[in-house]
Design a protein around this ligand. Structure first.
Ligand code: PFF
Length: 459
């Protein structure tokens, strides 16, 4: 059973909470996933849909998680049992499951980032074609070893606890990420291809958007949840460590503002570098950023130094997101099974490492079929289901508790609160239902078209 709330840790400052949430949001989603999603889904047209999802669905979805987390002060499973009814604990269980799946491949990509950081320092990727370098390092022993190193770092931070580990870590990492990226964006601006890059990235083709909405909608929804760390209880867990009554809406807007700003900043870093190096990455998949950035750094002035800085920043961003993913599971294990934090973190981290091993050893190499199997399942299906059910439990089934909690730190909302909940409860749920259906259809097509033939070839 749950420990009493008195024993639970809390954030030491409000800014600590905001930085931890920003640190969770800003990660490989902004830097690795966002650019190839933009590339595969029509450039700026995708950016428009993604921004709409972030603002119209991301903000309410984040508030809903804050409400459940702060009201209950519990891990996701107990929080949903308490906020909803005993049945809703299964949704909390789903969140724990999503945490395992998501972090298992996220950490493999974290390992790629470490590999490229080392590669920038030694110059190893500069002596061969970027594509062949990627297929050498993306799967196999190197990938597995660096996946282990990355998980080790995650375990080390989370084992130290909420204040000494997570909060201390993000206070160093988040400002460093912003400072380095701002510098790199200025550098991007000085490059020859900068203006073309801005045009590609920032001028949407509405005709394309209308013609392709069936594939853009589910991918934009998935990217929106992924980038904001929503749909699997991270924000429930982080808000459960809040001690005072704060204005949750202001915190939500701040966090989303930071994350969106950093996504856009990432585009301002990545696209000018790619364009000026003449790299076409739009048809590449999960390896896109690695292949193209390596190619770019090989030919650009000061490429090695910029490369080290770039991949170091990405590694920090990935780390601050990973600690939030594992914390969902760790806090559940501590509360429910009374295990010590260090033990829980080591056990869970090891299990996640094992689950990610097939991704690191994927025999399809550049095609990354196993990675796609995990990523499409986690982002396009599981996070969207999680977000959809969570919004339903709060805005449709338990409106009174939700209103009461939102009003703390804000004041009496009168009828506005009900209007807001209705707006979130009905249209958002419908849109997410459509996105989920389209996402499932796409996943089945992926299984039939790519994954099953791949398995048949290797078995
Ligand atoms: N938001 C993180 C990123 O953009 O890299 C990834 C992530 C963290 C997704 C936590 C989901 C989550 F619950």
């Amino acid at each position: 059973m749950s420990n009493s709330n008195a024993e639970r840790e809390t954030w030491s400052t409000r800014i600590g909470f905001i930085l931890a949430a920003v640190g969770s949001a800003v990660g490989l989603g902004n830097i690795w996933r966002f650019p190839f999603q933009v590339g595969q889904n029509g450039g700026a047209a995708f950016v428009v849909m993604y921004l709409a999802f972030v603002v119209l669905i991301g903000l309410p979805a984040m508030l809903v998680e804050f409400v459940v987390g702060r009201r209950t002060g519990m891990n996701t499973v107990s929080a949903l049992k308490e906020f909803g009814s005993p049945r809703w604990k299964y949704l909390g269980g789903l969140f724990v499951f999503i945490g395992f799946v998501l972090l298992s491949y996220y950490s493999v990509i974290g390992g790629w980032v470490l590999r490229y950081m080392i590669g920038s320092a030694t110059g190893s990727y500069m002596t061969q074609s970027a594509g062949s370098y990627f297929s050498e390092v993306a799967t196999g022993f190197d990938a597995l070893a660096l996946h282990a190193v990355f998980m080790f770092a995650v375990i080390a931070i989370v084992a130290l606890g909420v204040k000494r580990g997570i909060e201390f870590g993000v206070k160093l990492m988040v400002p460093a990420i912003i400072a380095i990226f701002a510098l790199l964006a200025v550098y991007g601006y000085t490059l020859d291809g900068a203006m073309d890059a801005y045009a590609y990235y920032l001028s949407p083709d509405m005709g394309y958007l209308l013609a392709n909405w069936q594939s853009i909608v589910p991918n934009a929804a998935a990217q929106g949840f992924f980038t904001l760390s929503l749909g699997m209880g991270v924000m429930i867990t982080y808000a459960s460590y809040l001690s005072e009554d704060e204005n949750l809406a202001v915190d939500g807007v701040t966090i989303i503002g930071f994350n969106t700003g950093i996504s856009i900043l990432t585009g301002l870093v990545v696209f000018p570098i790619l364009f000026s190096a003449g790299v076409n990455y739009s048809r590449a998949g999960a390896g896109a950023v690695f292949i193209s950035m390596a190619e770019a750094f090989s030919s650009l002035p000061f490429g090695r130094v910029i490369g080290i800085l770039f991949f170091l920043t990405v590694a920090l961003a990935a780390l601050s997101s990973s600690i939030s993913l594992i914390e969902v599971i760790v806090s559940y294990a501590i509360d429910e099974f009374n295990i010590q934090r260090v033990r829980a973190t080591v056990l869970i981290g090891t299990a996640i490492f094992l689950l990610g091993a097939p991704v690191a050893l994927d025999p399809s190499g550049l095609d990354t079929h196993i990675l796609n199997l995990y990523d499409k399942l986690a982002a396009n299906i599981l996070l969207v289901i999680g977000g959809l059910l969570l919004i339903s439990v709060v805005t449709i089934f338990h409106t009174d508790k939700a209103l009461d909690e939102i009003e703390k730190g804000v004041g009496n909302l009168v009828w506005w609160g009900h209007v807001w909940l209705w707006i979130v409860g009905v249209p958002v749920v419908v849109v997410l239902g459509v996105a989920l259906t389209l996402g499932i259809v796409e996943y089945v097509e992926f299984l039939r078209g790519d994954f099953i033939p791949f398995v048949q070839e290797y078995l």
